[in-house]
Design a protein around this ligand. Structure first.
Ligand code: SF4
Length: 326
């Protein structure tokens, strides 16, 4: 059984006080699942609805329609506890109380979760060591503004594991951190996954960090409120089927300048995505898709099997030219 499953989930946000005005459809029929101890990277442009999916997964907001199942039980219908998940978001500064020291930031929730006062110092030390804030005693009396962005995110992750969560929704956790430190934070999250068995929903616009973090897990690509491609990370990135993912890959940075010069950028018909308040008919990607045909504007493609659990939502996925980066 999956740890968490979203089944055909919709979320519509009403706009303003004129209730009759059509709201923004942030999420539109999203189904996805995360296995126990699994990793799922949810990738897409800003405003595609991925943060809303994260908040729905944690039970922070209810879906307008559809089900959120935690270990098979509907968290909004049955009288079950909200999923034991934690949220880690990009702005570690605002996630921390600026007038609490590092010690206080960890000691208060540890005590709330049952650690007796006499053991607090030792447990705070162990937690700081575990997340790589060393030497722990040196940081006890530091405030968030004394710490680098990377250190703050380590502290947020240390605090997030105190309730022993089954999963963490990490929403762009490294986007405000220096590029040189990003991998170390992703490695720390992998350590939480491997050593503590915490499952992750990793939300990002950055394919490179998604590929690194979820290399043994799964990816779901979101476009304008819908999942357009999903499957095992390796299989999906080796044979991307949906033109949107192909366009993302063709625009992703390549470290080797020689290869970067040779690659062919995929030209979209329009640069900007349409508004979520009035999504295009049929395939939502059709106004930008270089392969769009008449059926694309008329009929919405289903997310259907391409190969061995690799699924895509494109009418023409069997006939599109094979994608090549170079
Ligand atoms: Fe492009 Fe049509 Fe496929 Fe949509 S369904 S991605 S418009 S080819």
């Amino acid at each position: 059984m999956d740890l968490l499953e979203l089944r055909d989930v919709y979320k519509i946000f009403e706009r303003g006080w004129i209730r009759k005005r059509q709201g923004a459809q942030a999420v539109s029929g999203v189904s996805l699942s995360i296995e126990e101890k699994g990793i799922l990277a949810l990738v897409g442009e800003s405003g595609c609805g991925k943060t809303t999916v994260g908040r729905i997964s944690l039970g922070l907001i209810p879906p307008t329609k559809g089900k959120v199942l935690y270990r098979g039980r509907d968290i909004w219908r049955e009288d079950v506890l909200r999923p034991t998940g934690q949220l880690v978001h990009q702005d570690s500064y605002s996630a921390l109380n600026p007038v609490r020291t590092v010690y206080q930031t960890l000691a208060a929730p540890l005590h709330r979760h049952g650690t007796p006062r006499r053991n607090l110092k030792h447990e705070v030390q162990e937690l700081l060591q575990f997340v790589g804030i060393m030497p722990p005693e040196y940081f006890f009396n530091k405030y968030p503004y004394h710490l680098s962005g990377g250190m703050r995110q380590r502290l947020v992750l240390a605090r997030s594991i105190i309730p022993k969560p089954k999963f963490i929704v990490a929403d762009e956790p490294v986007s405000m951190i220096d590029a040189s430190l990003r991998l170390s934070i992703l490695d720390l999250m992998l350590k939480l996954n491997r050593e503590l068995g915490v499952a992750f929903l990793y939300i990002t616009h950055d394919l490179a960090t998604a590929r690194y973090f979820a290399r043994e897990g799964k990816i779901a690509v979101m476009y304008l409120g819908k999942i357009v491609e999903a499957g095992q990370m390796g299989a999906v990135l080796e044979h991307p089927v949906h033109p949107y993912l192909q366009a993302l890959l063709s625009a992703a940075p390549i470290p080797d300048p020689r290869l970067a010069r040779q690659r062919k950028l995929m030209a979209l018909r329009e640069a900007e995505p349409p508004s979520a308040e009035s999504p295009p008919s049929g395939c939502r990607f059709h106004p930008r898709c270089p392969y769009a045909q008449e059926i694309c504007a008329r009929e919405e493609p289903e997310l259907s099997e391409y190969a061995n659990g690799h699924r895509a939502a494109c009418h023409l996925m069997e006939t599109l030219p094979e994608w090549r980066l170079i």
